[in-house]
Design a protein around this ligand. Structure first.
Ligand SMILES: [Zn+2]
Length: 392
């Protein structure tokens, strides 16, 4: 956007009438690099504070003949510049049209100091993420709320910052399947039925339609055995760092959801308690129930668990406020990562069954295929009594 303004300003005003553009950037080093003739190194170029600089250099090259002498650094880079809403603020640019810009150019010369202001703050770095957020955040939020049947209140209950941090930490190869899990895009038989006309039933129990939720609730004996083993691994991984009452609530919520029928109400193990310390757990539990325990399996964990954690944490030595915040965020990221690992184990088991890698289920799979074949032959015969099966 800054570059667009520079470009339009340059187009509208000859260099003599528009001699200086002041570039403000929060990084003195990055700014210095921008005016350096030597190319940026790979490491430097991949750091986010250089994003804007790289773009400036791109335009710089594009308009070398006219722009080269028009840049200058601000005299005092570390000086705090007063934040003033200007006609060129980011907010006004959201609704800026070419006609409006033309009118602005005709009525008054553009300021020589260009600032991108967003929510009252000058944006001096990582402009891509600011612009990207403005462009995509709201449609994405609306889509996620629609897919999960959430209200804005539900959406805001989720610990998105920790979710994002946990997601960034897992290897890229795992990020794809976790992203699919998060958005309910696993290729279940329910999906296969919808898009390819294949049977919708669960390949393990063969009784219920296989939705993403069913992967966690399949009542088949072997599926339950696998769930229990994976669940225990998950509990072990968070046990040490989770206060016991919080762990009890998490285990209770997850177990109730995966084993009880849909009509049964999921209740906190401390429901009815009037102790304030337990009410914090109940509040987090109820919030998670309203978001959904199935959503918990996808990493959509309420941030209210953080207050419960802090209330019940008994550190060996007193923690400062920032140490407590750090420990809390680290803990909730661990919970999110552990639940993802759990979910992936269940999905892996289901895939092994589907692709016939487990002997027990290979037989049942073969039987189902034979049944399907017989059924198809009967149907073919009904349509054409003179058909001859290939095997005759
Ligand atoms: Zn099943």
């Amino acid at each position: 956007m800054v570059l667009y303004i520079i470009y339009r300003a340059e187009s509208a005003h000859p260099p003599a009438a528009f001699p200086i553009i002041t570039l403000q950037c929060h990084s003195k080093k990055a700014l210095k690099e921008a005016f350096c003739a030597t190319p940026l190194g790979v490491t430097t170029a991949t750091q986010k504070e250089y994003d804007l600089i790289l773009d400036i250099r791109f335009i710089h090259n594009l308009l070398r003949s006219t722009v080269q002498s028009c840049y200058t650094q601000t005299p005092a880079l570390t000086q705090k510049h007063p934040v003033k809403e200007s006609p060129l603020s980011l907010a006004s640019l959201e609704s800026l049209t070419l006609e409006k810009l033309q009118a602005m150019e005709d009525s008054s010369p553009l300021s020589h100091v260009i600032s991108v202001i967003h929510k009252g703050t000058v944006v001096t770095g990582d402009i891509r993420s600011v612009v990207s957020d403005l462009e995509y955040l709201e449609p994405l939020r609306t889509k996620i709320m629609k897919d999960n049947n959430w209200t804005p209140a539900h959406f805001d209950l989720i610990a998105w910052a920790e979710y994002h941090a946990a997601f960034k930490k897992i290897p890229r190869s795992h990020q794809i399947s976790i992203a699919k899990l998060s958005h309910q895009l696993w290729n279940t038989n329910c999906q296969n039925s919808k898009y390819y006309g294949q049977p919708a039933e669960c390949p393990i129990c063969t009784k219920t339609i296989e939705t993403v939720g069913h992967i966690f609730q399949c009542p088949h004996q072997e599926a339950i055995a696998n769930q229990k083993e994976a669940f225990q691994t998950m509990v072990t991984s968070i046990q040490k760092s989770t206060p016991s009452l919080v762990l009890e609530a998490l285990v209770s919520g997850l177990t109730q959801w995966s084993t009880l029928s849909q009509s049964t109400t999921i209740r906190s193990p401390k429901v009815g308690s009037r102790l304030p310390s337990l009410q914090i757990i109940n509040t987090a539990f109820d919030a998670q129930t309203s978001i959904g325990w199935e959503a918990f399996h996808r990493g959509h964990v309420t941030h209210l668990w953080k207050a419960a954690y802090q209330q019940h944490l008994r550190p060996q030595k007193p923690l400062t406020s920032s140490q407590l915040t750090f420990a809390t965020e680290k803990w909730i990221k661990l919970v999110i990562t552990s639940v993802w690992i759990y979910s992936k184990k269940l999905w892996k088991f289901r895939n092994q069954v589907t692709h016939g890698k487990m002997e027990t289920f290979t037989i049942s799979k073969a039987m189902r295929l034979l049944h399907d074949e017989v059924r198809a032959l009967y149907e073919q015969f009904n349509n054409d009594p003179f058909m001859l099966p290939q095997t005759r």
